[in-house]
Design a protein around this ligand. Structure first.
Ligand code: HEC
Ligand code: HEC
Length: 481
């Protein structure tokens, strides 16, 4: 392909190609330039380039039919994608209410007998204890005032229903009938991948999209459902076993492969569930999730929306038709899931865009010792060999970021559940936040309770022979990431 470049009257488009022009213009000279000569010979000293435009401009001074306004189109598109993606991430149930409400009847357990459901219902207090979060911005000021003044009964499941009506429960949408009764419920990405800043009170505050909700006990919540038969049938085990597995997860954990391979327990008897990761800081990262080989962010979004949230859509991955590795998925037909309506596929682009836009939260000033951290940084990139895999600033490998379990000195149970039988080099993010994000520890299953334990593990595994002082410096650097 050849495209010619000629002087331009209007500045904006000229700027867009400036990078290209700045080096190639001088070599070939105006006004015509072929892309093929771009890299010929040693470069003369750069001089001020003159603004130029793509050949699409029909004549000098007239706007190009193709390029005109394209920068603006990109900017508008980005803003729209961000907005749409945020909306999907926070509010879209993808039709999952047919499963959580329609089949499991989980909303009946939330409402309780008095409100037409079953059991005692879930009060706001109990919901907050189970790790559900409330979006303070969705609470009208008068109600907020009453809650602050202690005039709202937080022990009454009716209040939970009111909060659902206000769309204030993060990641859960309630559906109500004309009489105002809760008749169904669906879930969103935000359920597991958002928390709040607790600015109103613990569990109630401004949304923090992308921050893993490591307080949330999904298993215990699902186990409350009056009808677990769909899960019993899917997993092919009895109801007590389903309940035991769900209740074994605990807060901050979920098992996104259970309904693929049917493995609820590890060989050591502990739960097979993993920590819920954060969804921020993933731009530029190749393989996703704890175990490698599933795919990119958008692969995983389609996987989760279709097979975990039980939304309605289309999902295709022949690997899941392998009955030897993924017997549950093969039986359920997850390898070729084509629902009558598709409420997912059209939302994937913006959803991915929004996630990639989420930055890693920065360590608060004063939360680490800067002098020690700068010595620690040198260790991280040198003696301690961390940057061999955690390459800054992505803190994972640009390129293939997968490792055998033996590379990092741990067992391969979880790795073997993923298609690649590997672990992903976790892109290190927001390691300072020991209270919220890392309260259940580090690595896919939280096996290392603290960063100190991780450093000791690597010190031993890689025979680094770090001194106590070096370990302390490295720790301060990790806290700064
Ligand atoms: C019920 C809880 C839950 C819900 C709902 C959920 N996820 Fe996840 N998500 C997880 C868990 C657990 C993992 C880790 C899975 C693994 O590695 O096996 C994960 C992994 C991810 C990852 C990879 C993170 C990383 O560090 O590589 C992304 C991105 C993600 N989820 C986005 C989403 C989006 C978008 C949605 C909505 C379509 C969603 N999730 C819904 C629990 C959930
Ligand atoms: C051979 C590649 C490799 C090297 C070298 C390496 N890591 Fe890792 N790191 C990994 C992998 C893979 C994981 C994910 C393990 C898992 O999820 O179970 C990980 C996970 C971590 C985590 C947990 C992050 C989280 O959010 O749970 C931390 C912290 C970490 N590494 C720090 C370090 C430090 C510090 C060093 C140097 C002393 C280091 N790593 C060296 C591959 C490596």
């Amino acid at each position: 392909m050849t495209f010619s470049i000629r002087p331009l009257a209007s500045g904006a488009i000229g700027l867009a190609v400036l990078g290209f022009v700045a080096c190639s213009y001088n070599e070939a000279g105006p006004p015509e330039l072929h892309a093929s000569v771009k890299s010929a010979g040693p470069r003369p000293a750069p001089r001020e380039p003159e603004p130029v435009a793509l050949a699409a401009a029909p004549r000098q001074g007239a706007p190009s039919r193709y390029a005109d306004n394209y920068q603006q189109q990109i900017a508008d598109h980005a803003a729209r994608m961000l907005e749409e993606g945020r909306h999907t991430f926070r509010f879209d149930t993808f039709g999952s209410e047919d499963f959580w409400g329609g089949q499991l009847r989980l909303h009946e357990a939330l409402a309780g007998e008095k409100l037409g459901g079953v059991g005692s219902g879930v009060s706001p207090k109990a919901a907050l204890e189970a790790g559900l979060k409330v979006d303070a911005d969705a609470i009208p000021p008068d109600l907020a005032g009453k809650i602050k003044a202690g005039q709202v009964n937080l022990d009454d499941p009716a209040t939970t229903a009111e909060l659902l009506k206000l769309n204030a429960v993060v990641g859960v949408t309630g559906f109500f009938n004309e009489r105002g009764q809760l008749r169904s419920m669906g879930i969103q990405c935000a359920l597991c991948h958002s928390t709040v800043d607790d600015s109103f009170m613990p569990g109630i505050g401004k949304r923090l999209d992308g921050w893993a909700n490591r307080d949330l006990n999904v298993g215990a919540i699902v186990a409350m459902a009056p009808n677990l038969k769909p899960l019993v049938d899917l997993l092919g085990v009895d109801e007590p076993t389903v309940k035991t597995v769900l209740n074994s997860w605990g807060p901050g954990r979920y098992d996104a492969e259970l309904n693929m391979d049917g493995k609820g327990v590890r060989p050591d008897g502990k739960t097979a569930a993993t920590l819920m990761p954060s969804a921020f800081g993933l731009a530029g990262v190749n393989n996703h999730t704890w175990t490698g080989g599933w795919g990119t962010v958008t692969y995983w979004n389609a996987y989760v929306a279709n097979t975990q949230m039980h939304g309605k859509g289309t999902f295709i991955d022949e690997r899941l038709s392998d009955a030897a590795r993924y017997p549950v998925a093969a039986k359920a037909g997850y390898g070729q899931k084509r629902d009558e309506v598709d409420l997912i596929t059209a939302k994937l682009a913006a959803l991915q865009f929004y996630q990639l836009a989420m930055p890693t939260p920065k360590a608060p000033e004063g939360s680490y010792d800067t002098v020690m951290a700068s010595r620690g940084e040198a260790l991280f990139n040198g003696t301690a060999k961390c940057a061999q895999c955690h390459v800054p600033p992505l803190f994972t490998e640009p390129g293939s970021n997968l490792h055998k379990a033996s590379d990092i000195g741990i067992d391969d149970f979880q790795a073997n559940r993923g298609p690649a039988k590997m672990y992903v080099t976790t892109p290190l993010r927001a390691l300072f936040d020991a209270q919220k994000l890392h309260r259940h520890g580090f690595y896919h299953d939280g096996r290392f309770a603290t960063l100190e334990e991780i450093i000791d593990h690597y010190n031993q595994h890689f025979r680094l022979q770090l001194s106590d002082e070096q370990k302390r410096d490295l720790l301060e650097y990790l806290k700064s990431i």
